[in-house]
Design a protein around this ligand. Structure first.
Ligand SMILES: *[C@@H]1O[C@H](CO)[C@@H](O)[C@H](O)[C@H]1NC(C)=O
Ligand SMILES: *[C@@H]1O[C@H](CO)[C@@H](O)[C@H](O)[C@H]1NC(C)=O
Ligand SMILES: *[C@@H]1O[C@H](CO)[C@@H](O)[C@H](O)[C@H]1NC(C)=O
Length: 571
């Protein structure tokens, strides 16, 4: 390194001092501005199950509460939504600028209402009235912004509110994830104001396209910049829109009033902001909404953090379900002790799903000693098809972990068990779907193993005759989760794999005789394992290779192209 000594003469010093002072003044002036004021409108109806999460996550927004006013309405509840709101308000009201509430406890439901997902004309009139009243209130109190947010939105990103404000749009919504392909925006609208399926929807939803997009419809979490003059044209009330022949629907009216006034509706997905629950259909029960909540909580758990709940609201959380082991004698989960984040996450999943699971400490490949390794024999000529290398310690540890469970199954004479790894994501309605699947499986006279999660490598797999959820698996990778019968465990042990070891996800396809490599198969002459697979799969990896957060205990850097699970057709 060469240093050059710079001499600063006096006039230079003054100039630098002057620039410094100006800079400080500018910073000071900027810092001197208070945050814009926000009115947050909350309409809660039969949301006792979501309110603890909704309110807790709203509270965590990085925005000064002294600049926020709350406008809260609740009526026609058959649950204790109002009680929860009151408890919360009494604990936080001093932090907010003001809280305006109106709770009506007399009516439990609307007279001609079939269920919680049924929108009678009167219910529509009420929601239009309330949304419009919130908008009017915001204008009246000179709020800079109105955040109209629904109680089934969980803003897990605490910077959502400052982000939305900073974008400086008249109407903006953060894109919200769900348990499936549902979100809080439409990318297309038909002439008669219905949802229109478009090519653009999925790339935005999956954040392949990032940015702020002009869309015909946003809802459930919308920030309106009330200081913009044009915002005065916005309305939720269809009768205020001239020559409007659309339905009496609050969000459609809002979208049309924006469009007619030339106000773009901005949907932004530059960051992950949070989650939204799938709404109920007309004849759905509240029970289904509880299941959607479980699904959403599981989707949030895709990363390690569970949905936050303020301790004040803990007493109002729905009780976790009783645990059982589904239709299995035992459910095992293999977990490396040092991967405690994964263990914690999986334990939370089991609590939510009501699964009684035995945690099995995985064999740590890194800790295997030479004398033990010396006794294992690898398959002659085996090399990883991608890397042409012998097995890694992690792969050996993984094999032994599964192997030990197979021995436990035979030792205890269990009839049927479920074996899970610890980096998995459960599909929505996991319990219900397992039950439906297993009732099909049990009609099949002979089987040894059913994959719940794997990487499919062949695209011509055959359906099992007469089944709705079962295919004959071809060559596959991964052992995320599988059901094993006693007979299956016996076959896997009897083939004596420790004397010609391959990774466990090569071993299974060899034993059910779908391995493409003939020279590997000949080392295992008995290939009579009868394997089935769930279709669609019930388990997926939490992280795909290359994705943020991906750590593998068996592979270091295999690049496998991303597989996006097909969860549910978009609505
Ligand atoms: C926001 O938009 C207004 C025009 O409505 C403009 O005057 C202002 O400079 C913008 N602010 C920022 C920070 O971009
Ligand atoms: C209003 O809707 C029409 C038709 O969908 C569209 O072409 C136009 O861009 C929309 N205007 C705004 C401001 O979003
Ligand atoms: C090596 O590991 C095996 C199995 O984990 C264990 O039983 C054995 O005692 C170990 N031997 C030594 C010398 O540490």
């Amino acid at each position: 390194m060469h240093f050059k000594v710079v001499f600063i003469d006096n006039s230079m010093k003054y100039l630098i001092a002057f620039i410094y002072v100006i800079g400080t003044v500018i910073t000071f002036l900027k810092a001197d501005l208070k945050n814009p004021t926000i009115l947050i409108s909350i309409l809660a109806r039969n949301k006792a199950h979501t309110l603890p999460y909704f309110l807790s996550n709203l509270e965590r927004q990085n925005y000064p509460k002294s600049r926020i006013s709350l406008w809260i309405r609740s009526d026609h509840n058959s649950d204790n939504s109002i009680q929860i709101l009151k408890a919360w308000i009494s604990s936080v009201k001093d932090e907010y600028h003001s809280v305006n509430t109106e709770f009506i406890e007399a009516e439990k439901n609307y007279p001609d209402e079939m269920g919680p997902g049924h929108w009678t004309p009167e219910r529509f009139r009420q929601i239009i009235y309330l949304r419009e009243a919130a908008l009017e209130h915001g204008r009246q109190i000179w709020a800079d912004y109105l955040l109209a947010i629904d109680c089934d939105v969980f803003l897990t990103n605490p910077n959502t509110l400052p982000y939305l404000v900073s974008r400086n749009f008249t109407v903006i919504a953060p894109m919200l994830n769900s348990e499936a392909l549902y979100s809080n925006f439409w990318y297309g609208m038909t002439e008669d104001y219905y949802y229109q399926r478009t090519e653009e929807y999925k790339p935005v939803l999956h954040r392949k396209n990032l940015g702020c997009f002009d869309v015909p419809m946003i809802h459930s979490c919308v920030l309106i910049y009330l200081r913009r003059e044009e915002s005065d044209f916005l309305t939720y009330n269809p009768s205020k829109i001239r020559n409007f022949d659309g339905p009496s629907d609050d969000i459609i009216s809002f979208a049309i009033s924006a469009n007619r006034s030339g106000i773009p509706l901005k949907l932004c997905n530059e960051e992950e902001f949070g989650y939204i629950m799938i709404p109920l259909d007309e004849d759905d029960s509240l029970e289904l909404d509880y299941e959607h909540l479980v699904n959403t909580k599981m989707a949030v758990l895709h990363e390690y953090e569970p949905l936050y709940v303020n301790p004040i609201l803990k007493p109002y959380e729905r009780a976790l379900p009783e645990k059982d082991s589904l239709v299995f004698d035992k459910i095992y989960m293999i977990n490396l002790k040092r991967r405690h984040e994964r263990r914690k996450r999986m334990l939370t999943c089991f609590d939510e799903l009501g699964l009684d699971v035995e945690i099995v400490d995985a064999v740590d490949g890194q800790a295997l000693n030479d004398s033990f390794l010396g006794k294992i024999k690898f398959m002659p000529g085996f090399s990883d098809p991608y890397h042409k290398r012998p097995m890694k310690l992690g792969e050996i540890g993984c094999f032994l972990s599964h192997f030990n469970i197979w021995r436990d199954v035979v030792g205890n004479k269990y009839d049927t068990v479920l074996i899970l790894e610890d980096d998995i994501r459960f599909e929505p309605f996991f319990r219900t779907r397992v039950m439906a699947l297993m009732s099909e499986v049990n009609k099949i006279p002979n089987w040894d193993l059913v994959y719940f999660g794997r990487k499919i490598l062949q695209d011509d797999e055959q359906w099992i005759e007469g089944s709705n959820y079962l295919v004959q698996p071809g060559y596959s990778y991964w052992t995320l989760g599988y059901v094993l019968k006693y007979n299956g465990a016996e076959k896997l042990l009897n083939a004596d794999p420790l004397s010609r070891l391959v990774p466990v996800d090569e071993y299974l396809p060899i034993l059910f005789d779908k391995h493409p490599q003939e020279d590997w198969k000949k080392h295992y002459p008995q290939r009579n394992l009868i394997a089935l697979s769930a279709a669609p799969l019930l388990l997926y990896p939490t992280h795909y290779t290359g994705e943020k957060g991906y750590i593998s205990d068996t592979e270091d850097s295999v690049v496998i192209e991303e597989v996006l699970p097909i969860l549910k057709e978009d609505l």
